[in-house]
Design a protein around this ligand. Structure first.
Ligand code: SF4
Length: 350
């Protein structure tokens, strides 16, 4: 059993936030010992010539030892480790050297998530003071010539807050401040995938009728970010239209890839990076079952969710879990995963 590339992400320390849109779910934070990075890498290494290992899949750089962790992950990875354009705004607001360190890695953009005004953003991030920390993080990033890329998750509950975000972008003069050092301010909004914590907002999910509430400036930024022609393309199709398509589709599918990404939680449970790391996606436990069993379970579609997708036709998933009258907007893949997650949960498939 050999893969072209394997990426392994360990949830070593969790996350300081409890975002209400988090597709990774609000699980307790762990405290994995440093040595687990090396031992995990060595377990996966025989199964690929290109291993990538990360010490996080929720909040990057949440550990005090983020520099050492990045160095060891880089050393243990077979190709240069990408930090990605994400960072810990919790750390940016507390750690004087963090912004400089991010700049030293060559990062030019970092994504930050807002939901509206201070009260709304604190509510959705699940922590009082988060909004003020995000504003501070933006200043620190720009001092280090890193441009903020603001992301907004939109539901019917916060779509009326978009005016506040538009005003904030103007008041903080973000476009000109980024341009002054040769950077580019960017922004996008979307509904996110309907899994993990975000699935709880299904009842407040956006419909085509809501899209008219998006301010033109934020719409223009979003179209530029996604390279889309109109905002409907960003939000996808109505559930009704997807349902009508899927209800006649008898296909099944495998999620197995030659370049898989695995998420390992604080208790060493391993999940494929397909949807939320929930029990029906579990591949096994690295300590108890061992890496070979975990990888065999992946390749043989043995997690309950993979097995269901391989054996239950889309029309059955749609019939059992879809709503043929709903105008909620989804991407096709996200909608299939919503149906699949619901189907497995309802039948207690683990
Ligand atoms: S969305 Fe990101 S920052 Fe928010 S709780 Fe999830 S992992 Fe943490």
């Amino acid at each position: 059993m050999k893969f072209q590339e394997i990426t392994v992400c360990l949830d070593m320390h969790g996350c300081p936030n409890r975002c209400k849109h988090c597709w990774l779910s609000a699980t307790p934070n762990g405290n994995m010992p440093f040595s687990e990075i090396e031992s995990t890498a060595e377990q996966f290494r025989p199964f690929t010539d290109c291993l990538q290992i990360y010490d996080w899949y929720r909040e990057p750089d949440f550990t005090e030892k983020y520099r050492e962790h990045f160095e060891i992950c880089s050393r243990l990875s077979d190709s240069p480790l990408d930090h990605f354009e994400v960072a810990s705004f919790w750390r940016l607001a507390r750690d004087g050297g963090y912004g400089k360190w991010l700049a030293s890695l060559g990062l030019k953009k970092i994504q930050l998530t807002l939901f509206g005004d201070a009260r709304t953003t604190d509510f959705y991030i699940g922590r009082k003071g988060a909004y003020q920390e995000l504003l501070k993080a933006m200043d620190i990033l720009m001092e280090n010539k890193i441009s903020p890329r603001i992301q907004v998750f939109v539901s019917r509950n916060n779509i009326d807050q978009l005016g506040h975000i538009e005003n904030l972008i103007k008041e903080l003069n973000l476009e000109n401040r980024c341009r002054a050092y040769g950077g580019e301010f960017t922004f996008f909004l979307h509904q996110g995938s309907c899994d993990g914590e975000n699935e709880k907002w299904y009842d407040a999910w956006v419909t085509p009728e809501d899209l008219g509430k998006i301010p033109p400036l934020l719409e223009a930024y979003t179209l530029r970010h996604f390279g889309a022609k109109n905002i409907a393309d960003v939000f996808g199709r109505t559930e009704q239209s997807l349902y009508e398509e899927l209800i006649t589709d008898a296909s099944t599918a495998s999620y197995v890839s030659d370049t898989p990404v695995f998420y390992i939680d604080k208790d060493f449970n391993v999940y494929p990076n397909i949807s939320t790391p929930a029990p029906h996606w579990l591949l096994g436990n690295l300590k108890q079952d061992g890496v070979r069993t975990v990888l065999e379970n992946y390749v043989e579609n043995k997690s309950a969710a993979q097995h269901t997708r391989m054996t239950v036709p889309l029309c059955e998933l749609a019939k059992a879990q879809g709503d043929g009258t709903s105008r909620r907007l989804f991407g096709r893949g996200d909608y299939i995963e919503l149906l699949l997650n619901r189907y497995c949960r309802q039948r207690n498939l683990y």
